[in-house]
Design a protein around this ligand. Sequence first.
Ligand SMILES: Cc1cc2nc3c(=O)[nH]c(=O)nc-3n(C[C@H](O)[C@H](O)[C@H](O)COP(=O)(O)OP(=O)(O)OC[C@H]3O[C@@H](n4cnc5c(N)ncnc54)[C@H](O)[C@@H]3O)c2cc1C
Length: 466
Amino acid sequence: MQKFDYDVLIIGSGPGGCEAAFTAAQAGKKTAIIERKPHLGGVSLQTGTIPSKALREAAYLRSRFAAKGMRSAAFRDPSVNNHVFLTEAIQTKNTIVEKQESMLLSELMKYGISIIPGEANFADEHTVKVYPENGKETVISAEYIILATGSRPRRPAEIPFDKEVILDSTSLLKIQRLPESMIVIGGGVIACELATMFAMLGVKIRIIDSHSQLLAYLDEDIIRNLMNHMEDMDIKIHLSENLISVRRNGNTVTAVTDKETYESAALLHAMGRQPNTEKLNLSALKDIVLDNYGYIPVNENFQTAVPHIYTVGDLAGKPSLAATAMKQGRHAVSHAFQLSTAHQKIQVPMAIYTIPELSYAGSTEKELQDKNINYVSGTGEYSRTARGQIIGSNRGMLKMLADKKSKKILGIHIIGENASELIHTGLIALHFESTVQDLAGMIYNYPTLAECYRTAALECMRKCEQ
Ligand SMILES: Cc1cc2nc3c(=O)[nH]c(=O)nc-3n(C[C@H](O)[C@H](O)[C@H](O)COP(=O)(O)OP(=O)(O)OC[C@H]3O[C@@H](n4cnc5c(N)ncnc54)[C@H](O)[C@@H]3O)c2cc1C
């Protein structure tokens, strides 16, 4: 039998790679992670999820000043301006990232996972070469290889990115001073999250997107609600408008579209991500052919066309979330070693950390209509709960969709404070195929926003009886 240096070799230390490593090491497999950056944790920890959510917290607290609930009175301090807020928020963000990275490192060490610094590329189907920044190339072999090299912001050659005025999401999250105004090109999750976050910090935001609707796959009531919030924040939205050119003029930027010319103090280009495949020398693996968007095709177990090579996380394409990358990492290793934790079909929750945040699981009304499913809907409004009034949330809502005949929950959609946490009750209901009676019959803590589940479930029950 062929001898390898490792049972599992993982390329990339983002959430997909790290979870794969933990799963393999816990199963007693000799495991190593190769990482080309000086810091561990990938986009999730270093430049994306955690930095954006840490900064969002500052913007979110700022948004609470405008709310009519009791917290606004406790927090209001006019002496704190937005720039001071940003400076403090950046310090806090850096501390959180450092703390998370050191926790990650100590976990990796606890499980005896080798960390190999350097950029990896394939020599053959079981062997990779690693090039450390200032060291000698090494050659490492493994029985299984997991590709978790993630993605980076798409940076079209014609956009003159400069990390000061013309930015991508990575450079925006590192700025030290708030621009007075910012054009956001793109209307996807990252664009909308950063747009609302910076709007809350006092930056005048203008979103330009070629589609006819922002986040069009969301439930229509939720999207309408979000658009109303954006309007309140004075965010200008230009839909069905195509970017033609971007030009820097000293300290400002000009964006020309097929309809208008706009000037701004900064521009964020947030039109998609690009998978990190170029440096992997995939040509050494004849069977792996990228799809039309540059992603590595995988089967339901995240196996590539070479069965002992798996691909997880952003490199495998949508949904491109840290949460799903982790699950895929666990799944790939469990499949490789036939661990009992593999192959469980589970519901995927989605959270979008705009201000206000939104979250959903299961189907939208449109999806149910397209499948000709006879459904009912019920709504629980935050403003009708005592907790919602205490926090001053006048627009938050939870919407429930259920099958009219079986009364089983089919979808939960939430917008408002804590949506990303509240969704898990609905997620469990979906997973265990619970009915609206199950959710209506539960006792919820009082006063809480979770009471919205009961209100929505009761409305669904009434409609089921009609
Ligand atoms: C602004 C922003 C906000 C986000 N917010 C959220 C959120 O709120 N929730 C959520 O779930 N997701 C969020 N995401 C998405 C999330 O960050 C990604 O889906 C996740 O990081 C993907 O994980 P991954 O393991 O596939 O790869 P990554 O996290 O991209 O890590 C890949 C790693 O591989 C390394 N690498 C690449 N090539 C090589 C090579 N050849 N050799 C060695 N190492 C290599 C890279 O240096 C990197 O460290 C956000 C993303 C961004 C940009």
